[in-house]
Design a protein around this ligand. Structure first.
Ligand SMILES: Cc1ncc(C[n+]2csc(CCOP(=O)(O)OP(=O)(O)O)c2C)c(N)n1
Ligand SMILES: [Mg+2]
Length: 794
């Protein structure tokens, strides 16, 4: 379909005709979204007997909202998160705009086809924000607007690209998610703007109808956070009825009607409405005058005329707010779940699908001829030519770029080497401290680092100083739309930290909410594609609290956001500060998470290689985010020449084994000194033993799996870990140790059939010093030697 129509007679977009056209488009979206789901479930062959699913009722609920947004109000530069279960409506909109093919509409939930919920990576560039895990897409719109401000205020945006509004179409049950309130608080602190959340307030979630009084509270919360709240409760028809004599009685009745009763009456239809209204209001003459002349269908239409289904109410409210400025605004649009479908209002309709018979009835009402189900303009009261012209004339029809909505940005030069911090002989250094120093050095912005330094943005949920970002922040400042001086500094009070804020600052300070951290990283890490500016984001967090933000981290990776995550301190090794703060499972998360390379260096020279690699890798078309798990434990730093490729590939021999050796010891991260000490002892008995430094079980494992796959396809080369282990004898023993769950290394035995004894932490820890803790959890030199002895005797 082409949208390159003739020039548009202006009068068509105005007034009543515009509303008629929008009504026609609503009808088309309702049909197409229902049909897409029906087709996927009932028409496409089903090979495995599993339910395909889809959410016809959720789609129907927000048809008018999405119609008003896309076909009336949105501009090309606006960015939208559509509630997950309305994905089919979103794709139908793009179909009408000529941005989605008919063939593709037939592939909903099929392999290689349209995803159940809008997906940036899998559904293409028209999707601004992926959704699916409820609440996260909503919150990301706030942080997207923050990132857009950052890009604009740092003058990094491409010339001529206007700042857009960030819009979330929100299911009302999404507001039960705590991350929404974390985002609201953080958004308030950052004085975000240009954000609209349009709540599809159908008062239904997945299981049932939601409690009545909750929303009054929620509205207050938005206002407290500096948001404007616009409630769209009633449509034009109901407002007209309320304006008639005694009409206010009807309004009061509806206002007092419990959500569940309203939903049930909606489902039952006109006769039930009449019975209920007559029972309560039948003695009021004005009410009789309103309802008596109406047929059951007309009465039902009147009672269903809520604000979120009334295109005039919606477009008027959006236009008014559009003109009113950039204050964040929450629209509470009252809707009915399943509006216009046979199960409208039924509490069980969330995953309900129309039966074949119901679909045939629906087809008849929508005047769709068999064989014309996918026709964009079938069965409408407005002529195709006029609809095409209208669609070509709306603001959103103008392409953001000739390629679509996905922008690009050139890569930033990364120097070939990051020097590791120099540590005087005999002094110890931790990976966390080295991280802070390397970053601070880049922060000087000198020489080759100048451009790199400009593009780095750091962020942290209240652990900026304790994760060693302090020196970087002192050099580059804290970002805020408004200049705010550092009061302590102005008063000449001693402090190591400069805490001045300005639009030029390059650190986004967050409150303690790890989901916000990952959502900000998602926004920053998509800045090239959303805002046309390459940013190199770094987020720091205590390693155990990656778990607190995990869903948002997965969500950021799912959208292919590019960032460097630095989690520190980690494991038991933070020792006296530990206890609840010990992380055990994070190495496994690092292995299991797609689009995230994870590393745990032990020494500063490895870290320097990996930080350099991270900035490079996150800019590559087939790159990804990168995670570094660090430690506060000071280690002696070896004098050596490393092969960067080996460190990046995940392991290198510190002491290579003699060919045919029957024994090797492997370590990962801050436990290195214990492994090295045990190794010295072992070598007295086994001089041919090798010592392996593992920097990434994730990389080793992923590359090994990939090599296996290639080998099965007949063109394999050995993976790095196969190459590394090749000198060992076939039945050799490999004892490995890390401060994390031992399963991260247990798989190594499968690589060449060698016997692996993985040491690590598999119980909740406690505070203590390192000698006590490593002894208790079996990580000290004695424990390593015991494990070696046991393994060697079989
Ligand atoms: C984090 C998360 N938890 C649970 C679900 C499963 N789920 C999908 S939709 C839904 C209820 C959605 O209700 P609402 O947001 O009101 O959407 P609508 O009524 O518009 O369909 C739930 C619990 C999910 N997608 N994400
Ligand atoms: Mg709902």
């Amino acid at each position: 379909m082409t949208v390159q129509g003739k020039s548009k007679p202006r009068h068509l977009t105005k007034g009543a005709r515009r509303i008629e056209i929008l009504h026609a488009l609503e009808q088309k979206l309702l049909w197409l979204s229902a049909w897409m789901i029906h087709h996927a479930n009932h028409i496409r062959p089903n090979r495995d007997g599993l339910k395909v699913g889809g959410h016809q009722a959720s789609c129907a609920s927000c048809i008018s909202i999405l119609t008003a947004l896309y076909f009336d109000i949105l501009k090309p530069e606006d960015r939208v998160a559509v509630k997950p279960h309305a994905g089919p409506v979103f794709h139908a909109i793009n179909y009408l705009l000529g941005r989605q093919s008919r063939d593709k509409l037939e592939t909903l939930r099929q392999f290689g086809g349209i995803q159940p919920y809008p997906s940036r990576v899998k559904d293409g560039g028209e999707v601004d924000f992926s959704t699916g895990s409820v609440g996260l897409g909503v919150a990301l719109t706030s942080f997207g607007s923050l990132v857009q401000d950052y890009v604009q205020l740092h003058r990094l945006a491409p010339e001529g690209l206007a700042a857009g509004r960030h819009v979330a179409v929100v299911g009302d049950a999404e507001l039960d998610e705590g991350n929404i309130y974390e985002a609201l608080l953080e958004g308030w602190k950052h004085d975000i703007r240009n954000v609209w959340w349009v709540v599809d307030y159908n008062r239904q979630s997945l299981d049932s109808v939601v409690p009545d009084r909750l929303f009054g509270r929620i509205e207050g919360l938005f206002r407290d956070m500096g948001w404007n709240v616009v409630t769209l409760k009633y449509g034009r028809k109901l407002e007209a009825a309320f304006a008639r004599p005694d009409g206010e009685e009807l309004r009061r009745w509806i206002d007092d009607c419990p959500n569940s009763l309203y939903a049930a009456l909606t489902f039952q239809g006109g006769a039930a409405w009449r019975a209920a209204l007559l029972a309560d209001l039948g003695r009021i003459a004005g009410i009789r005058a309103i309802i008596d002349p109406l047929s059951d269908d007309e009465l039902s239409a009147l009672m269903n005329n809520l604000g979120g289904h009334d295109i005039e109410t919606l477009t008027e409210a959006f236009r008014a707010q559009d003109a009113a400025g950039d204050q964040p605004t929450c629209f509470i649009a009252y809707t009915i779940k399943g509006m216009g479908l046979p199960f409208a209002g039924h509490k069980d309709n969330h995953a309900g699908l129309m039966t074949k018979e119901q679909m045939e009835g629906f087809r008849a009402v929508k005047r769709i001829r068999p064989g014309h189900e996918w026709d964009a303009f079938e069965g409408l009261d407005v002529a195709e030519e006029e609809l095409r012209e209208f669609l070509a004339s709306i603001p959103f029809a103008k392409p953001l770029t000739p390629e679509g909505r996905a922008l690009t940005a050139p890569t930033i030069h990364v120097p070939a080497q990051f020097p590791a911090p120099r540590v005087p002989a005999g002094r110890k250094h931790s990976t966390q401290a080295a991280f802070g120093e390397i970053l601070a050095e880049i922060g000087r912005g000198q020489g080759e680092n100048a451009e790199l330094a400009k593009r780095i943005v750091t962020t942290s949920p209240d652990v900026t100083v304790s994760t060693n970002l302090g020196p970087w922040v002192n050099r580059r400042g804290i970002f805020d739309r408004h200049k705010k001086n550092d009061v302590f500094r102005d008063a000449k009070l001693a402090s190591a930290q400069r805490w001045g804020m300005s639009p030029e600052g390059q650190h986004v300070e967050l409150g303690i909410a790890e989901q916000n951290l990952f959502l900000v990283l998602a926004g920053l890490g998509l800045a090239d594609r959303l805002y046309g500016a390459r940013l190199l984001p770094i987020g720091t967090v205590y390693d155990p609290f990656v778990n607190r933000g995990l869903d948002a981290l997965i969500y950021a990776c799912y959208q292919d956001a590019r960032f460097l995550l630095v989690s520190t301190p980690s494991g038991l090794t933070l020792a006296p500060e530990g206890g609840q703060h010990q992380s055990v499972n994070t190495p496994l998360i690092g292995m299991a998470q797609d689009r995230l390379l994870s590393y745990e260096p032990a020494h500063a020279d490895e870290l320097a290689i990996l930080m350099r690699h991270a900035f490079h890798h996150m800019q590559q078309p087939d790159g990804s985010a990168v995670w570094l798990r660090l430690s506060t434990r000071g280690l002696e730093q070896p004098e050596r020449q490393l092969d960067p490729a080996a460190v990046i590939a995940g392991a290198h021999w510190v002491v290579p084994p003699a060919p045919g050796s029957h024994f090797a010891l492997a370590y990962q991260g801050a436990i290195a000194p214990e492994a090295m000490a045990a190794f010295q002892t072992l070598r007295e008995d086994i001089p041919e033993a090798g010592l392996l430094a593992i920097t990434s079980p994730d990389r080793l494992h992923a590359e090994w799996l990939a090599a296996r796959r290639k080998a099965r396809a007949g063109f394999g080369a050995p993976s790095w870990i196969e190459t590394l282990l090749a000198p060992l004898a076939p039945g050799a023993v490999l004892v490995s140790v890390l401060d994390g769950h031992p399963a991260a290394h247990a798989w190594l035995g499968s690589v060449r059939g060698q016997r692996v004894v993985p040491l690590g932490v598999d119980r909740f820890g406690q505070a203590g010093d390192i000698p006590d803790l490593y002894r208790e959890y079996g990580l000290d030199e004695a424990a390593i030697l015991d494990a070696c002895a046991q393994a060697l005797v079989g």
